[in-house]
Design a protein around this ligand. Structure first.
Ligand SMILES: *Cc1c(COP(=O)(O)O)cnc(C)c1O
Length: 233
């Protein structure tokens, strides 16, 4: 890991302050209380030192897209900072469900029956219950994770009725280069219809638009930690 760039704590603190101010402004424009929007700082590919710098600047909620990377980075950070929370935001292989349940406070990428069964079993075995969000592939992109739009409601029922899982909300990643608003609006409508309070939408490039559409969790990586030292898978 010696070829990773040093994480500049001052830059990370300044970026965090800037993002929080922009979240507050977006909430102001939308007539929303900024306390209703959680900033998830996406630290994937960045070293533990970058996360430590963010923690020192007051950030407590982090996102990682790979369970293995999270399992390497976060137990040590958590031992030093028990209040931090970790969201797994990337597509999850069924055979990683147990590791995910062990390390995550929130799993945002529940998207298929086999994974629901694996997570339910992992919860029983680990005696640990992460908050769960269902990821919807709103753009019907073949390379993306997420349940299809027209299967989302039945999948939510299946999670609850067949697997005994409590789902708190929905997550989406709109297609790159497309107007994200219709995707955010669609997801917000589904969450309202299903009575789900949590909406994870918005990244560095579109979190203000997501807040206007009702997002309660924005996942911001590069605008806080800088460009990723290597592409995240
Ligand atoms: C990497 C990632 C983000 C953060 O992306 P940025 O554009 O760097 O803010 C948000 N959500 C998911 C699911 C990601 O994988």
């Amino acid at each position: 890991m010696t070829d990773l760039p040093l994480s500049d704590p001052l830059a990370i603190a300044a970026n965090l302050a800037r993002i929080k101010a922009r979240i507050a402004e977006a909430c102001g424009r939308a007539g929303r209380d900024p306390a209703t929007v959680t900033l998830v700082a996406v630290s994937k590919t960045h070293p533990a030192e970058a996360v430590e710098a963010a923690i020192a600047a007051g950030q407590a909620v982090f996102g990682e897209n790979r369970v293995q990377e999270a399992a390497g980075k976060f137990p040590g950070l958590r031992a030093e900072n028990p209040a931090i929370r970790l969201h797994i935001i990337g597509g999850l292989q069924t055979n990683k469900a147990r590791d995910a349940v062990r390390v995550a406070d929130v799993i945002e990428s529940l998207d298929r029956p086999k994974l629901a069964a694996a997570i339910a079993e992992a919860i029983r075995k680990e005696g640990r219950v992460p908050e769960l969000l269902v990821q919807v592939n709103t753009g019907a992109e073949p390379q993306k994770f997420g349940v299809a739009r027209d299967e989302a409601s039945s999948f939510l029922r299946q999670c609850r009725d067949e697997h005994g899982l409590k789902v708190s909300g929905l997550m989406c990643i709109p297609p790159e280069g497309e107007d994200p608003l219709p995707h955010f609006d669609w997801l917000a409508d589904l969450a309202a219809k299903e009575g789900l309070p949590v909406l994870s939408m918005g990244m560095s490039g579109d979190f203000e638009a997501a807040i206007a559409c009702g997002s309660t969790q924005v996942r911001v990586g590069s605008a806080i930690f800088g460009a990723r030292p290597y592409p995240a898978p």
